[in-house]
Design a protein around this ligand. Structure first.
Ligand code: UDP
Ligand code: MG
Length: 319
């Protein structure tokens, strides 16, 4: 029988671990499925790791990965993919916002030969006005870059072993799971799900972390902002040409006295255009520098499988 792994990134989720084990355990035994839960503790500041250990003592299906510090959700997902042993691997949040029943639907589709099963939100749940619209801009850009509609994309996905291996073999550090799983191709299908209320605790995203997330992912997936620099350069050049001709004509006709306003405005305009452009280029440079350093995406300090603590080899410690 084939094994299904569920990767669950967890950051300060002490109240949810037990509940998740219970709900998923019940669901899979009802459906007669063999499963494994891979919790990745992303440097939580609460008792999440203790809860995962306890869950491991109770359920042999539980694997726990302990990070040395907080590396972010994307890294946690990739660490989970790295340790999952299943023939199919699903990724889901461990706050039960992704309805577990949808997993069964996704698993059946996988059994029918689909290699990437993407769950998309049928609505985006409760969100503030500003958040909704900035998220809209971000996803429109990402949709352009990937050529896939990402408006309602989520990290809730089920992947075949082949796809997991393909993702694991990618050398880049700044991974954007949502887009990469579409980028790899393979036989894909989507299912819809209704975003649920969080089981316990609160969302881990602050406005600042969302902005950072958006910028990193735009930069790792598209170089459009850099092209924007070039395009605006051309636009400014055109304007300069027109103005240049006008100035010359005025000079030749002997009426070239006034014009300080134009000079000041031009200086401001061009100055700010140059600074913004340099900023964008600098941001890409910083990201390239990050990639070139080849630091591991994360560091693992401990792995448990059920009751057992696993010996860490150099390979599994980082990736
Ligand atoms: N998460 C994580 N590392 C982080 C932030 C979040 O592993 O630095 C996990 C978190 O524990 C949860 C999932 O990512 O399982 C989604 O986070 P959250 O529910 O806060 O996001 P939202 O559902 O509000 O988008
Ligand atoms: Mg959530």
């Amino acid at each position: 029988m084939s094994l299904l792994s569920i990767v669950l990134p967890a950051y300060n989720e002490e109240e949810n671990i037990e509940k998740v084990c219970e709900v998923l355990g019940r669901l899979f035994s009802q459906n007669g499925m063999e499963y494994e839960l891979v919790f990745v503790n992303d440097g939580s500041k609460d008792r999440t790791w203790e809860k995962i250990r306890k869950a491991g003592e109770q359920y042999p299906q539980v694997t726990g990965i302990q990070f040395s510090r907080n590396f972010g959700k994307e890294s946690a997902i990739f660490a989970g993919l790295g340790q999952a042993r299943g023939d199919a691997v699903a990724v889901m949040d461990c706050d039960l916002q992704h309805p577990p029943e949808t997993l069964i639907e996704m698993y059946r589709l996988w059994e029918n030969g689909y290699e990437v099963v993407e769950a998309v939100k049928s609505s985006r749940g409760k969100e503030g006005f500003l958040h909704k619209h900035s998220a809209g801009i971000f996803y429109r850009m990402m949709s352009r870059a990937t050529g896939i509609d990402m408006q309602n994309a989520s990290d809730f996905k089920l992947l075949d072993r082949k796809v997991v291996d393909a993702l694991r073999d990618m050398p880049e550090r700044n991974m954007f799971f949502r887009a990469l799983s579409s980028w790899v191709g393979y036989k894909t299908v989507t299912v819809r799900f209704e975003v649920q209320e969080r089981n316990a605790g609160e969302s881990k995203w602050s406005t600042a972390s969302l902005i950072r997330y958006a910028l990193t992912n735009i930069v790792s997936f598209t170089s459009m902002p850099m092209q924007l620099v070039t395009i605006s350069g051309f636009v400014v050049l055109m304007l300069a040409l027109i103005l240049g001709i006008q100035t010359l004509v005025k000079y030749l006709s002997g009426s070239a006295v006034e014009g300080f306003t134009t000079v000041i405005l031009l200086l401001l305009l061009i100055g700010s255009a140059i600074m913004i452009s340099l900023g964008i280029i600098g941001y890409y440079l910083a990201k390239i520098y990050d990639e070139v350093k080849h630091r591991p995406k994360y560091l693992i300090s401990e792995i448990i499988r059920g009751r057992e603590t696993e010996e860490l080899s150099g390979q599994s410690r980082n990736y």
